[in-house]
Design a protein around this ligand. Structure first.
Ligand SMILES: NC(=O)c1ccc[n+]([C@@H]2O[C@H](COP(=O)([O-])OP(=O)(O)OC[C@H]3O[C@@H](n4cnc5c(N)ncnc54)[C@H](O)[C@@H]3O)[C@@H](O)[C@H]2O)c1
Ligand SMILES: O=C(O)[C@H](O)COP(=O)(O)O
Length: 321
């Protein structure tokens, strides 16, 4: 008889919204252990849960050598998303653990939230809502996106979905990517330029890069000084891409006209962070990918990846180190 596989799910929102993937795993004969907290797990919590897991459907918690040693049965980590900056991939390989992610699956959801943040900033919707509630009939003027230049840093799956969704608003869209794909850029009506040109020419800059040593604090005092006065910044990628102290200074000096973020250097967000004192700073709690549609699709991709691993097949979305 086939041994029951234990699957630890650390990704949040799984129990309610991931029925298709959950069913696939249960039909295969898996026992599912879910994240008892609706937040990223800490090491101490993980180590108590991972001991006899054969597979993990992972969120943004950290996976490292110490945890791999405490997880002798672990054969696969299926990342419930794209970013794998939280997973020691070499360590996983050395312990015979296959890691997969879900490239492109949550891109429509994240792009939609990115464009929503852009619109909130350009049309100043949160500030104006507060004004109405406080009895100020503040008929502030705004720009339309059709007169703006939007600059994308990174032109991968999410950035392309942003460009596609922006088309109807008719801005000029420029982008920088270390590995430029000119055919894709043409398809989405985007001009590929240098990073300096994105910084210098954009009214709105949106970040769509992976988090790694090279991209850490890519938005800092120096790069901000190369931006237009009054620039609007949107970050739905990772908190580590920005130096939050430099962002606060940019808002204080007026160099930045507004900042919209879904991600933070520390999550959950630290409310003592000076950024929260600026009304032009708007934030969501890492929810860009939290849509019903994405959760269902991602649950299927992650379930299929783990079943492939349990069956000894190489999943198509296996990450190479
Ligand atoms: N807020 C959320 O919920 C959420 C959801 C999904 C993804 N993300 C984050 O967004 C990031 C981007 O996601 P994606 O699906 O577009 O990934 P992707 O891999 O499709 O795109 C990333 C792009 O960045 C480019 N790139 C890599 N390093 C670069 C560098 N140093 N300089 C310039 N370009 C570089 C790559 O060539 C690629 O085109 C993910 O890595 C993840 O961290 C956040
Ligand atoms: O990298 C990602 O895809 C996002 O951060 C979404 O991951 P989460 O749903 O686990 O936050």
């Amino acid at each position: 008889m086939k041994k029951v596989k234990k699957v630890l799910v650390t990704a949040t929102n799984y129990s309610k919204y991931c029925a298709p993937g959950k069913k696939l795993l249960m039909d295969y004969g898996c026992e599912i252990i879910e994240n008892p907290y609706q937040r990223p797990l800490q090491f101490e919590e993980l180590k108590d849960l991972t001991g006899d897991a054969d597979g993990v459907i992972g969120g943004v918690e950290s996976w490292n050598e110490e945890l791999y040693k405490l997880s002798p049965n672990l054969k696969g980590i299926a990342r419930f998303g794209v970013g794998v900056d939280n997973i020691d991939l070499k360590g996983a390989r050395d312990h015979g653990i296959t890691v997969t992610n879900c490239p492109g699956v949550n891109a429509p959801a994240v792009a939609e939230q990115t464009v929503s943040l852009m619109l909130c900033l350009t049309r100043q919707i949160p500030c104006l809502y507060n004004a109405v509630r406080e009895g100020r009939w503040d008929r502030t003027m705004s720009h339309e996106l059709r007169s703006r230049t939007v600059g994308l840093l990174g032109f991968g799956a999410i950035a392309r979905n942003v460009a596609k969704r922006l088309m109807g608003f008719e801005p000029r869209v420029i982008a920088y990517d270390k590995y430029p794909d000119y055919r894709q850029a043409e398809q989405y009506g985007v001009e590929l330029v240098s990073m300096e040109e994105v910084l210098r020419n954009s009214d709105i800059i949106s970040l769509h890069l992976p988090a790694n040593e090279e991209t850490r604090h890519i938005i800092n005092e120096k790069t901000i000084s190369g931006m237009k006065d009054g620039v609007l910044l949107v970050n739905t990628a990772r908190g580590s891409l920005v130096d939050e102290a430099a962002l606060a200074e940019a808002l204080r000096s007026g160099k930045a006209g507004g900042i919209g973020t879904d991600v933070f250097e520390q999550e959950p967000a630290d409310l003592t962070n000076p950024l929260f004192s600026f009304p032009q700073y708007i934030a969501t709690p890492h929810t860009s990918a939290e849509t019903f549609e994405n959760c269902e699709e991602t649950s299927l991709v992650t379930a299929k990846a783990l079943i492939d691993i349990f069956e000894g097949r190489v999943p198509e979305n296996k990450l190479e180190v």
